[in-house]
Design a binder for this molecule. Structure first.
Ligand code: SAM
Length: 302
């Protein structure tokens, strides 16, 4: 019997070590092996195909990758599947995990873990102070709309030039908080249900408080140099988001220098040669209603 157990443990350890090595360049197989970011059937998350497209060419680089949300919820010894996935797929990178539950027990070589809430700006800044600027940030934490926005606003500036910021599970934008006031009367709270109770999405597709609407508004910032609004002051996001890729429940954003110049505008007003061609001396002569547009542009300054 002892021998059988020994053999089983040996086989299991062998499987845990060898299979990831065999699959290390195939994110789909790794996702299925670690049971994360996977999905082949309707209803599963289909993130692997997108991750593969964005990550394949950089997987051998020496990167710093932070993932919010380690998995396993209230159990401190469970989770860490995606951290292991990234550790295998990025063999020369350091992987950092953040979770509101203490998951330190899951630390291993090249995987460092911090405990705190993604909605706590002070905590996030302390983490960055310790680990420095990052190449990739993945938000797979609470999926509470307010938390997703806080984390992005706090962490985006800590990405390196060329860095990538990813938000998973944006479907919570469309779900109103469940249970509402009744939540306080429920016993047996756990992190998962607590977040679901206050997820803060909306049935209104234009509700400005949802994470999807927050990110949708940032899209216009890609073209901030084309805003015909003299005096417009570009935000940090206007100047540093160079592309945004929206997929089903997933957003992938790249950081860079978003200052290309416009051929018609300069400093958000018409270039002199355009005014000349239009036969006017200044923008004022065109009689545009800037009073009404200013509100709109101010709203973009998130
Ligand atoms: C969906 S699981 C993460 C799964 C993991 N990334 C994977 O792919 O295997 C979400 C995790 O976020 C954690 N979490 C919940 N609320 C959080 C918060 N406010 N800040 C940080 N982590 C949170 C939960 O404890 C849970 O472990």
């Amino acid at each position: 019997m002892k021998l059988v157990n020994y053999y089983k443990t040996f086989l299991n350890n062998f499987k845990q070590k060898i299979i990831p090595l065999v699959y290390q360049n195939d994110l789909k197989k790794l996702g299925l092996f670690y049971e994360t970011k996977w999905g082949e059937e309707q209803g599963d998350h289909m993130y692997v195909q997108h991750y593969e497209k964005h990550f394949y060419s950089i997987r051998r680089k020496n990167l710093k990758i932070l993932e919010i949300g380690i998995g396993g919820y209230d159990n401190p010894n469970e989770g860490g599947n995606s951290l292991k996935l990234w550790k295998t797929y990025f063999p020369n990178s350091r992987i950092y995990g953040v979770d509101v539950v203490d998951k330190k027990a899951l630390e291993e070589d090249r995987i460092q873990i911090f405990q705190g809430s993604q909605n706590d700006e002070y905590f996030l800044k302390k983490v960055i102070e310790e680990i420095g600027e990052l190449d990739i940030i993945i938000d797979d934490g609470s999926h509470v709309n307010e938390h997703v926005i806080t984390s992005f606003k706090t962490l985006f500036s800590s990405l390196k030039d060329g860095g990538i910021y990813i938000v998973e599970d944006t479907h919570t934008s469309y779900w109103p908080s469940l249970f509402g006031e009744r939540w306080s009367t429920f016993g047996n709270k756990n992190v998962y249900l607590e977040n679901l109770a206050k997820v803060g999405g909306s049935l209104d597709l234009n509700d400005p408080k949802t994470s999807m609407n927050f990110f949708k508004r940032l899209i216009d910032g890609l073209n901030h140099e084309e805003f015909l609004f003299p005096g417009y002051i570009p935000s940090y996001f206007d100047k540093h988001i160079v592309s945004m890729h929206f997929y089903h429940n997933l957003i992938i954003m790249y950081k860079g220098n978003n200052i290309e110049g416009s051929n018609i505008l300069e400093n958000n007003t018409l270039r002199p040669y355009i005014l000349e061609e239009l036969g006017v001396k200044s923008l004022d002569d065109l009689g545009l209603d800037f009073a009404s547009v200013s509100d709109q542009y101010i709203r973009y300054r998130l």
